[in-house]
Design a binder for this molecule. Structure first.
Ligand SMILES: [Zn+2]
Length: 138
């Protein structure tokens, strides 16, 4: 995931993401595990290690996304593209309901489920983040 990415590119990706997971919005601040540099289009699928194909992802989102590019929309069962942080606007696909992340589109819904973005542990973390004024992300 992070192998072969030069330090300057890694820093640029982290800065562009404002040090937050580009999928679930979790802040790297206060998280012990170092976030991953995700290949939006997986390397196995021809994705390059270039700024236009990289995104900062928390460990959970990164490992769950892995080499996937599509997942089932829980509303229709149809296989749809996952949210693409380089091509898609986050606010068009997701919104916050307190600490719950709600998918607004087929891709948003599929991504919420595929990346388990409302699992109990992350809800607990978001509650802690909210108490620290770091949730919802701005
Ligand atoms: Zn995440």
């Amino acid at each position: 995931m992070t192998r072969d990415i030069p330090a300057h590119l890694r820093r640029a990706v982290i800065k562009r993401a404002k040090d937050r997971c580009e999928y679930c919005g979790l802040s790297q601040d206060g998280q012990e595990a170092t976030f991953h540099i995700d290949h939006v289009i997986p390397r196995a699928g021809g994705g390059q290690s270039s700024a236009g194909n990289l995104a900062l992802a928390c460990v959970s989102c990164s490992l769950r996304k892995a080499a996937r590019r599509t997942a089932a929309d829980p509303q229709t069962g149809e296989n749809v593209p996952l949210f693409d942080p380089r091509q898609d606007a986050w606010t068009q696909h997701f919104r916050w309901e307190g600490v719950q992340l709600v998918g607004l589109t087929a891709s948003g819904r599929a991504t919420v489920v595929a990346l388990a973005m409302n699992r109990p542990l992350i809800l607990a973390i978001r509650n802690e983040e909210a108490a620290l004024g770091r949730h919802p992300p701005r």
